[in-house]
Design a protein around this ligand. Structure first.
Ligand code: SAH
Length: 220
């Protein structure tokens, strides 16, 4: 980590407590908990939010977007059942925090953001933090990344009204799509597992509140 990014004992202590909260709320996968314990979340936020970085809360990251709640990040990551070397697509790069958690799971990460400002800001941060293997894209996530398919896992970190067909098409057989879906202010977390070229097993899980998954891109 470059010297300009300070991660001190206080931050580390607060992270330990955060891991306990995430664990208490039901996340069990030790590798996921380890990743939450390792990654300095305050570095993904404006300094004004440093004091709040290790509370289990979503926080603003500019451009009208938020960094997801740590529990949500851990919960979605656990649902993907990742194994080292898997190829993973994230929709909604945002701050880059979730993409880094995925990268700490030793998977190949591809992440799409639709807001150009945020895309550039986060691409820059990821490279400064040394997460050089994460591939970021300025695109509409509804379309996935056809030239990189198929994916072992696809994670959507914004609330969708329905499930984008392109994302289902880009899953490997046996692969999983984790996506919050709902028409109102809250969404149900869904996990779709591709069981054959044209069949999917669907699990409906807990309620969450995400910023909306929107079509098209926003140029600066
Ligand atoms: N994973 C992020 C969460 C950011 S909030 C993090 O760890 O910080 C969700 C993000 O999804 C926002 O940045 C929003 O701009 C983005 N988004 C919404 N619709 C999108 C789409 N169709 N394609 C790509 N990104 C999208």
């Amino acid at each position: 980590m470059p010297p300009s990014f300070i991660d001190n004992y206080r931050h580390k202590g607060l992270r330990k407590k955060l891991v306990e909260i995430v664990k208490m709320n039901g996340v069990e996968n030790p590798k996921v908990l380890d990743a939450i314990g390792k990654l300095p979340r305050h570095l993904f936020l404006e300094s004004a939010f440093e004091e709040l970085a290790y509370e289990d809360k979503a926080l603003p990251i500019g451009d009208g977007q938020t960094i997801s709640q740590p529990f949500t990040v851990a919960y979605q990551t656990e649902l993907l059942k990742l194994q080292p070397g898997m190829k993973v697509l994230e929709i909604g790069t945002g701050s880059g925090y979730q993409a880094c958690i995925l990268s700490l799971m030793d998977v190949e990460v591809h992440s799409i953001e639709r807001q150009e400002n945020l895309y550039h800001k986060t691409k820059n941060l990821l490279s400064k933090l040394g997460f050089t293997k994460i591939k970021t894209y300025f695109r509409d996530g509804f379309l996935g990344i056809p030239e990189e398919m198929p994916f072992d896992a696809i994670l959507v970190t914004a609330g969708a009204r329905d499930i984008p067909q392109a994302l289902l098409n880009q899953l490997k057989i046996g692969g999983r799509l984790v996506i919050p879906v709902g028409e109102m202010a809250t969404q149900k977390m869904l996990r779709l597992t591709r069981t054959s070229s044209n069949t999917f097993d669907k699990e409906t899980l807990e309620d969450f509140k995400f910023v909306p998954l929107l079509k098209g891109v926003v140029k600066k």
